[in-house]
Design a protein around this ligand. Structure first.
Ligand SMILES: [Zn+2]
Length: 127
C-alpha cells in the first residue's frame, strides 16, 4: 500500500488508477503552471477536487513536511556541521522558498491519497 502511495506522489499520478497525471505541468518549478491540476482523471474519472475546500487539508500536510524539514536541517547542522544561527537561518529561508512549490504538490498528492486508495471502486453517485 505504501509503495502505491509513494508511486502516486512521486510520479504525479492519479491515486486510484495511476493512469494519468494529476498536475498538468510535470515541472514543479514552473511558477506559472505548478499549481494547475486536471479536473479529473482521464483514465478512471476520479474527481480530484472532491468538494469545495477539499485541499485546505493539504495545508496541514504541507506544514508537517516543513516542520520535518526544519527538524532535519537543524539536526544535521547541530550534530554534523555546526554553523552559527545566521548562516543556518539564511540557508533555511532560501531552502523554504526553493521547496515551496514541490511541497505544495506533494502535500496535495498525499492529501488525495489519504482519501482514495489504489484500485478502490468508484463511489461517485453522480458522474
Ligand atoms: Zn485514475
Amino acid at each position: 500500500m505504501l509503495s502505491k502511495i509513494l508511486y502516486s506522489v512521486s510520479k504525479n499520478k492519479c491515486p486510484r488508477c495511476h493512469g494519468s497525471d494529476v498536475f498538468i505541468s510535470k515541472n514543479p518549478f514552473k511558477l506559472k503552471t505548478f499549481d494547475k491540476m486536471h479536473e479529473k482523471c482521464s483514465s478512471c474519472g476520479l474527481l480530484y477536487d472532491k468538494e469545495p475546500g477539499f485541499f485546505y487539508g493539504a495545508m496541514y500536510v504541507s506544514y508537517a513536511i516543513m516542520v520535518a524539514w526544519f527538524v532535519f536541517t537543524w539536526g544535521v547542522n547541530e550534530f554534523f556541521i555546526g554553523v552559527s544561527a545566521f548562516p543556518y537561518l539564511t540557508f533555511l529561508g532560501l531552502s523554504i522558498i526553493l521547496l515551496m512549490t514541490p511541497t505544495f504538490r506533494i502535500s496535495r498528492l498525499l492529501w488525495m491519497n489519504f482519501f482514495t486508495r489504489f484500485g478502490e471502486e468508484d463511489k461517485t453517485i453522480l458522474k
